[in-house]
Design a protein around this ligand. Structure first.
Ligand code: FE2
Ligand code: FE2
Length: 180
């Protein structure tokens, strides 16, 4: 490889690394905020099954925060959280559900499932990109850690679908029927 080509490749990689780090900073902010949000949500839902699901995913999310800190360290970058406005909007939706639904209602549970599935899908999109970026940049350890977290996000999303299907949407439908 000619010197010029090598320089060009290093430049490309460093720009790609810049993107990788920016996405890491975004998702680090997201995970910290989700730990806080899930604490509030698990206390406000009616279904014990849903409260357990939020509680379990909160514990996983705390580990995801630590995992990201290890990744920053592994690639020699400072641990930085950068506000993600897209996820902030999704989190605002969860708050909107809290303001517009009654405590103790299945409608609230259903609304929070919808909001949190949006959050899980957004996380999945970021982690999928991060896994690919880590592979391209040759960060083998980071790739494994990011894949692990991606698996947790997918499982959390599947669990919410199961809970919604098994009871909560039907219970919310009955609430509506009773009101009419
Ligand atoms: Fe997460
Ligand atoms: Fe998640």
């Amino acid at each position: 490889m000619a010197a010029e080509e090598i320089t060009a490749r290093v430049l490309t990689l460093s720009k790609l690394k810049e993107l990788f780090v920016e996405q890491l900073q975004d998702v680090y902010w997201i995970e910290i905020k989700l730990v806080q949000l899930l604490r509030r949500l698990k206390e406000t839902v009616t279904s014990g099954q849903l409260a357990d699901a939020f509680s379990e995913h909160r514990e996983e999310t705390k580990e995801q925060v630590r995992r990201l800190e290890d990744i920053f360290e592994g690639i020699g970058e400072p641990v930085v959280a950068s506000k993600c406005t897209a996820m902030e909007g999704i989190m605002d939706e969860a708050d909107y559900i809290l303001y517009t639904t009654d405590e103790g209602s299945s409608q609230r549970d259903a609304g929070l499932i919808i909001a949190m599935q949006k959050a899980e899908h957004y996380e999945m999109a970021i982690y999928r990109s991060l896994v690919q970026l880590a592979e391209t940049l040759g960060y083998a350890e980071a790739k494994i850690a990011l894949e692990f977290t991606l698996g947790e996000e997918k499982a959390a999303d599947r669990q919410l679908t199961q809970i919604a299907k098994s009871r909560i949407y039907a219970a919310a439908l009955n609430e509506e029927n009773n009101a009419n």
